[in-house]
Design a protein around this ligand. Sequence first.
Ligand code: ZN
Length: 337
Amino acid sequence: MNITEELVNEIRNKTNIVEVISNYVPLTQRGKNYFGVCPFHDDTNPSMTVSPEKQFFKCFVCGTGGNAISFVQKYEHVSFIEAVRKVAELSDYHPEALNSVVVKKNVDERREAILKCLHDLNLYYQFALNTPEGQEGLEYLESRHLDSNLQSKYKLGYAFKDGKATIEYLKKKGHSIKTIEDSGIAKMLSVGVYADMNEGRVTFPICDPDGNVIGFSARILVKSDEPKYMNTPETYLFHKTNNLYNFHIAKDAAKLKGYIYICEGFMDVFALSRAGIDACVAIMGTALTKEHIALLRSLNVEIRLCLDGDLPGQTAMMKASAMLTKAGLKFMVVDNQ
Ligand code: ZN
């Protein structure tokens, strides 16, 4: 069934644009209208006005405007029907008729293939951790106070030293060399011969906001000239600057608690998790980016900056503070000396 105009109007009538937009951008009331920082351009002053009377929003600077549905469509980059669904959901309005509307999703086959490959690989890494060869990985994790609960919560693993066999394993599971290359996990030894680039390392999967594995950070266990940590290179799916480590777990906890901690690396996330705090993400050694800000903004909670107390950490903290201030996000700095 297609979505009817009647149903769209019904949803529009039942929703309050102020409530819907507040889920994405903090709004403050001035007179009849509400104001907020516009998410559609690099806004510093609240340039976007929201009118509950007209059920309309408009940015005075970039000119973007529309109703609650078009706001969600633009903000979330989703189809019209998906935006209608989302608005109904945010308004706590669940008309029967909406359930029978078929959402035709554009399936991105390349993306699906990479996700499946990385999913299988991560299961293999998790399995390897609990084999005799994985023992040294296990010992390392335990020396960092990462017990079996944390190991399974964060899906930590170990990559067998025989990296060629790992690639063969993936091929047997039906993944093409093209997909394996696309996933960013293979190094080419000679023409047509590939090995797992994480071989012999402890693996920390990095997930997208939906919890899909999109890359890895892998730590070496022996003394070597190689870098201590190796990260998946930029791939079709993995863009370091777009991702906040642990966002998939933190997002729900943050909404529940009303705050989110931003830390430096995944070890900080594990430490907070041990202390019972799930509402935390790590920027993984990069500066805070526009994409990070968009993710944080979507939570609409207080941000608690908790970067390292050393000089680079403090410099990063000042830069992050400036960016958050510019973006109009509420935050506090946690003393971490
Ligand atoms: Zn604007």
